[in-house]
Design a protein around this ligand. Structure first.
Ligand SMILES: [Zn+2]
Ligand SMILES: [Zn+2]
Length: 193
């Protein structure tokens, strides 16, 4: 591995700063251990830091002014919007279809189930594999079997992930999510010590 002239300058700068005596021991290493430090700094310079870089542009001044203004939350407003209606009967049948022997739904991606019946309601949600927005405006007519197969039970976490594909508005498929989200099933090792 070779360092660019810029990297070498940075390395020299850092090593000099450390030799200044500002630190005596860092991470259990003596400051005099320049070989180890050089290795650490070299690794840091070539490390792909881009994963830590937030790709949303910084706010502009008008936006910052807007952010720091007092906001009113919770004011009642009349909302007018177009929504996609869902068939409540289908959701009820689908919940029965996907429920396990204990009556609980299990996330198809990570295996999460509601851990305690003192939590009310259906926490595992039914996700439309084909987004509702893609259907014709007058809806689509399916057999009950087709309609149930078009839904997948997902925990709120995986459901949010499914709809969070960066760059376009398509959802992730269940198969894609399974390769991206760790399983929470007891034998997966996630819960083990
Ligand atoms: Zn899940
Ligand atoms: Zn969904």
């Amino acid at each position: 591995m070779s360092l660019s002239p810029q990297g070498q300058t940075l390395l020299q700068l850092l090593v000099d700063k450390i030799r200044d005596g500002r630190f005596t021991r860092v991470n259990g290493r003596a400051v005099g251990d320049t070989e180890w430090w050089s290795g650490e700094i070299r690794a840091a310079i070539v490390y792909d830091w881009s994963i830590f870089v937030n790709d949303t542009p910084p706010p502009t001044l008008p936006e910052l002014i807007e952010f720091t203004r007092a906001v009113v939350e919770g004011r009642v407003a009349l909302l007018e919007s177009t929504i996609r209606t869902r068939c409540e009967g289908l959701r009820c049948r689908a919940r029965q279809y996907y429920a396990g022997s204990d009556g609980r739904l299990q996330c198809e991606v990570c295996g999460w189930t509601k851990p305690d019946n003192r939590f009310s309601g259906h926490i595992v949600e039914l996700h439309h594999i084909r987004p509702l927005a893609d259907l014709p405006s007058d809806g689509s007519t399916l057999t009950l079997a087709e309609a149930i197969a078009s839904l997948a039970p997902l925990c709120p976490n995986c459901h949010r992930c499914a709809h969070s594909r960066r760059g376009d508005r398509n959802t992730f498929t269940i198969e894609e999510l399974k390769t991206m989200v760790p399983s929470r099933l007891p034998d997966s090792g996630i819960y083990g010590d």
